[in-house]
Design a protein around this ligand. Structure first.
Ligand code: GLU
Length: 236
């Protein structure tokens, strides 16, 4: 895997809320972000294009707006996303500025990856941003997406974006190391599966439906992302 990562010309990295935001305090894990952005800057200096898909807007925003309910109403999670997104963008900008790397924010809805005209437009903008040497930071446009048109998870969004820009490698960073034969938090017999060459029904069955408190994906959406990425010839 690390060889594939080294050789990739264009990499999409998806960063999950549970890594970026401290689950106890609801604040950004700045040192962790800085360490990851050091790696991103290294990739850039080896002439690899890097695009980030970052979650964390809702997790950060709910803290700053004081929204403590475990499950938020749609309008409250959209308000949290609006308050958190600006903090998120600022954090990436500051962290990559240490390396002189420009950052650009793109917020996408489901339509932007499905309707031809919007798809082409988003693709052109992302391609231009990469050509100009910046690191695009993508998230779902949570503040306008309604329940019906939401992706809801950034795993599949990241796979769609990877396909859109012709990335050869997609990395999903999560609080779990990878795929297990069962949920390792519930089953101590669960075995780690280091490589999957094809998404079969048996692989799909290994993915439960749960995620963490602020993250929404869990393993099921990661398997769907793997399928989408694979169809576009992108290793995940
Ligand atoms: N778009 C959501 C956010 O930024 C996260 C979705 C996800 O957890 O994948 O908070």
């Amino acid at each position: 895997m690390s060889e594939r990562l080294d050789k990739a010309k264009r990499i999409v990295i998806k960063i999950g809320s549970s890594l970026l935001v401290d689950q106890q305090t609801g604040t950004l894990r700045r040192n962790w972000l800085d360490a990851l952005m050091d790696d991103v800057a290294d990739c850039r200096s080896r002439a690899q294009d890097v695009l980030l898909v970052s979650s964390g807007a809702i997790a950060l925003g709910r803290h700053s707006l004081g929204l403590t309910a475990r499950t938020l109403r749609l309008e409250d999670s959209q308000a949290a996303a609006a308050a958190g997104q600006i903090r998120l963008a600022h954090a990436y900008q500051e962290s990559l500025a240490r390396h002189g790397v420009p950052v650009a924010q793109i917020l996408l809805t489901g339509d932007d990856t499905e309707r031809r005209r919007r798809y082409l437009n988003a693709r052109n903008t992302l391609t231009a941003l990469l050509a100009h040497g910046s690191v695009p930071v993508v998230n779902e446009n949570d503040t306008v997406a309604t329940e019906e048109i939401r992706f809801g998870d950034n795993d599949r969004l990241a796979a769609r974006v990877a396909a859109m820009i012709g990335a050869d490698c997609l990395v999903l960073l999560s609080d779990i190391e990878g795929l297990y034969s069962a949920d390792p938090r519930k089953n101590d017999q669960a075995e780690f599966i280091s490589e999957v060459s094809e998404i079969t029904l048996a692989i799909e069955a290994m993915a439960g439906a749960t995620g963490s408190h602020d993250g929404s994906g869990g393993m099921a959406t990661k398997i769907q992302a793997a399928r989408l990425a694979g169809q576009a010839g992108c290793t995940m």
